[in-house]
Design a protein around this ligand. Structure first.
Ligand code: P6P
Length: 340
């Protein structure tokens, strides 16, 4: 590669977020930038260990079970611990909620800061042994005025988040982030140790041709969902059927949906009355990103970001993706009586 082809105007995550912060004016203290830097550090650690997992025997069970009653994988435990330690050490957090921990962590002085981070340290972990893309999902609230940090600071609608994102661990590590000013994607350049801006201003197409549901649950789906799926699998001419793509790792399925369009769904059904996905650290961050990218995120009948959580491990039904595709789905919830 000759010298003129080498970019010398590389936009790193830190530079890009600082610029975003500068656009916020004097209100930006740089604390959010430092918090995001801590999160990006943990993702580099996790990415390294996911990549090495097979080599250093991290794959397989850790012998423990988490609050969800699921068998914990060694990488789950490692990812949770590195995030808790780095977020506490950043001095910018007051409350931490992890999918892997039953209770919220309240940060004590002198490490207490003004942000609350809710996260799933390694989502899709059941796919670890198969080498499928997995990821870290996070959402960030600023503590309420007058609060010193309590669970009440995170039992708030997702619309009150100030930032949300995920890191997908695959052939490379991709960080997708919004601070409320659109959605940007960054790719880890391992040789530099920096996330580089590679997908500026991600905009989800208004309509796609892909649907992403676990149809193995179809016998439990309520009528509106089955009616919608039938409409895109057996369309009336001249429309053609949608393609099915389902990885079973939310970060990977949502990442594809943001870039290619279409609809991702994990509905509530006769087996899971509130669905499977967690509201605080799966649905809220992905809904925040989807809306910031111009899409829609709904339970089928209401906006996900308007939900007020009653507990830190609440579940909720999730449909998100291209505006026109999700609006089509919502029509069936209005027109088809749902049993149960
Ligand atoms: P199912 C992974 O365990 C996860 O929490 C999400 O990443 C994913 O979207 C969903 O569960 C997959 O669930 O029931 O289709 O295996």
């Amino acid at each position: 590669m000759n010298t003129e082809e080498i970019s010398t105007n590389i936009i790193t995550l830190t530079r890009h977020v600082l610029n975003d912060g500068l656009r916020l004016g004097p209100a930006a203290t740089g604390d959010l930038t430092l918090l995001l830097t801590a999160i990006s550090f943990t993702s580099k650690f996790i990415a390294t260990n996911v990549r090495k997992a097979r080599l250093i025997n991290l794959v397989g069970l850790a012998g423990e079970t988490n609050v969800q009653g699921e068998e914990q994988k060694k990488l789950d435990v490692l990812s949770n611990d590195i995030m808790v330690n780095a977020l506490r050490a950043s001095g910018k957090t007051a409350v931490l909620v992890s999918e892997e921990l039953e209770d919220a962590i309240i940060i004590d002085d002198p490490y207490k800061g003004k942000y609350c981070v809710v996260f799933d340290p390694l989502d899709g972990s059941s796919n670890i042994d198969a080498g499928v893309n997995i990821g870290t999902i996070f959402g960030i609230y600023k503590i309420k005025d007058g609060s010193t940090g309590s669970v009440a600071d995170v039992l708030r609608p997702g619309s009150e988040m100030v930032a949300a994102g995920y890191i997908m661990y695959g052939s490379s590590a991709n960080l997708v982030l919004s601070t409320g000013q659109g959605v940007n994607g960054y790719t880890l350049d391992a040789s530099l140790g920096e996330f580089i801006l590679t997908h500026p201003n991600i905009q989800i197409p208004p309509r796609g041709k892909i649907y992403s549901f676990n149809e193995g649950n179809a016998m439990y789906f309520y009528s509106p969902v089955n009616a919608y799926l039938k409409s895109i699998k057996y369309p009336t001419a001249p429309k053609t059927p949608y393609s099915a793509r389902y990885i079973g790792s939310m970060v990977a399925d949502v990442h594809r949906t943001l870039l290619y369009g279409g609809i991702f769904g994990y509905p509530s059904d006769k087996k899971s009355k509130n669905g499977k996905l967690r509201l605080l650290y799966e649905a809220f961050p992905m809904a925040f990103l989807t809306e910031q990218a111009g899409g829609i995120a709904t339970t089928g009948t209401s906006r996900i970001l308007d939900i007020v959580p009653s507990g830190i491990h609440d579940r909720c039904p999730v449909f998100l993706g291209s505006r026109d595709d999700v609006l089509d789905l919502m029509k069936f919830y209005k027109e088809v009586p749902a049993e149960g």
